[in-house]
Design a protein around this ligand. Structure first.
Ligand code: NAD
Length: 377
């Protein structure tokens, strides 16, 4: 066998690397002419607090998409947004003329950021207009509507993603890695809280069941049981739940506080609390070889990680920026869809099971979900 000394090895390595770099530059140049340079145009539907303070600012920093249009039911917002973000008149729609967006080549993605009862209608209209769809959480009012959104997107051949920003941020991805690599052994127990205290206008849509579909559970609870799912790496097989009400005059129509216990096929168990009456923002997981936790776990960040092996922290970036870039990159470069429509549907199945258990005095409801149904690619 020919012996290779360190110098000739290094020379070969350099030649090899230079060759690789050349090829990869050529590939990049080719791709650049096609998609690399292209940013997808996003139209935000619903210019409330989340669009105004999180999504639109994040879209000023995104690499693969930009704020191209708006859809609003409030005429006064048109001029304000047009001026602030340089949006041409031709890319501004209202709820009635929205379907004409199908003829607008500037818009690739429609992002539905409306009250929950309007998610299905606008996601389906967007899909029928041939636009890719991002739908905010919770996906819809019930599982039937989730199916209708998924079917409309399939039929139109467009991509569907959920506004689940945490799947794109590094702490959540680190938790998923711990589970995959069994960094803390087999996960035996998860405790998850996602809550805040609501004291605002009692007439707000979040407290109106016709518009919200539910209270703390649909608004914040999704973060709690989702974290139990990614901290165990599997969907639950059964759930029991309880509801608590201490301010019935304020929470007239929607749930104030819900606790739920989940069983997983592996034998793991999880406990979650969600509330509109008190704050809570934590994920704690215990494995056969230690523990890890995030606190805060589900706000806009910076999050913070700790574990039996030490703290873990990542530089903070806008979660919304990461999420929208991930979805645009999924469309442009076929990278994984980290929060597909099926994840929204899976969560609605779990939400319905929790309400079902509460309606039946906390009795156990069996969940017939495939172990990883709705997981991102
Ligand atoms: P918001 O109340 O601030 O805004 C709602 C928007 O919908 C407003 O522009 C309002 O004019 C419009 N609207 C149209 N019809 C309406 C009606 N009948 N009643 C009330 N408003 C109506 O709400 P938001 O906080 O921006 O939430 C919008 C969506 O985004 C919700 O689905 C919510 O769950 C979701 N959201 C997600 C996150 C996240 O972190 N992923 C955070 C906040 C909100």
């Amino acid at each position: 066998m020919k012996k290779i000394n360190r110098r000739s090895f290094n020379a070969k390595l350099t030649q090899g690397l230079a060759g690789t770099a050349l090829i990869s530059n050529m590939v990049m140049a080719n791709t650049k002419n096609n998609k690399q340079d292209r940013k997808l145009g996003i139209a935000l539907v619903g210019l409330g607090s989340y669009s105004t303070y999180q999504l639109a600012p994040a879209l000023q920093d995104t690499k693969h998409c930009y704020l191209a249009g708006i859809v609003t039911g409030t005429p006064e917002k048109e001029a304000i947004w047009a001026k602030k973000y340089g949006i041409p008149k031709t890319n501004i729609y209202n709820y009635s003329n929205f379907d004409a967006i199908k003829d607008n080549n500037d818009i690739d993605i429609v992002y539905v950021v409306l009250p929950n009862s309007m998610h299905a209608e606008f996601s389906i209209r967007a899909a029928r207009a041939g636009k890719h769809v991002i739908c905010e959480k919770p996906m819809a009012m019930n599982v039937t509507e989730c199916d209708e959104i998924i079917d409309a997107c399939k039929k139109a051949g467009v991509k569907l993603g959920m506004g689940y920003r945490l799947h794109s941020e590094p702490y959540t991805q680190e938790v998923k890695r711990y589970v995959k690599e069994k960094t803390f052994g087999d996960i035996l127990y998860v405790s998850a809280d996602a809550s805040y205290r609501s004291t605002g206008n009692p007439e707000q849509w979040r407290l109106n069941k016709e518009l919200s579909g539910g209270g703390a559970l649909v608004n914040m609870g999704v973060y709690a049981f989702q974290s139990a799912i990614y901290a165990t790496g599997e969907n639950p097989i059964a759930v029991s739940a309880q509801e608590f009400s201490t301010r019935p005059d304020y929470f007239k129509a929607t749930d104030e506080t819900i606790t739920a216990q989940f069983k997983f096929k592996s034998g793991a168990v999880a406990n979650m609390t969600t509330s509109h009456n008190f704050g809570g923002n934590r994920l704690h997981a215990v494995g056969t070889e230690g523990w890890f936790e995030l606190e805060p776990a589900n706000n806009y960040g910076p999050l913070h990680g700790n574990s039996s092996k030490g703290e873990f922290n990542f530089p903070h970036e806008s979660q919304q920026k990461l999420q929208m870039d991930d979805f645009a990159s999924h469309i442009l470069f076929n990278t994984p869809n980290l929060a597909p429509g099926e994840m929204g549907k899976r969560d609605m199945i779990i939400i319905e099971a929790i309400y079902n258990s509460i309606a039946n005095k906390g009795s156990e409801v069996i969940l017939d979900l495939p172990a990883n149904y709705g997981f991102g690619d």
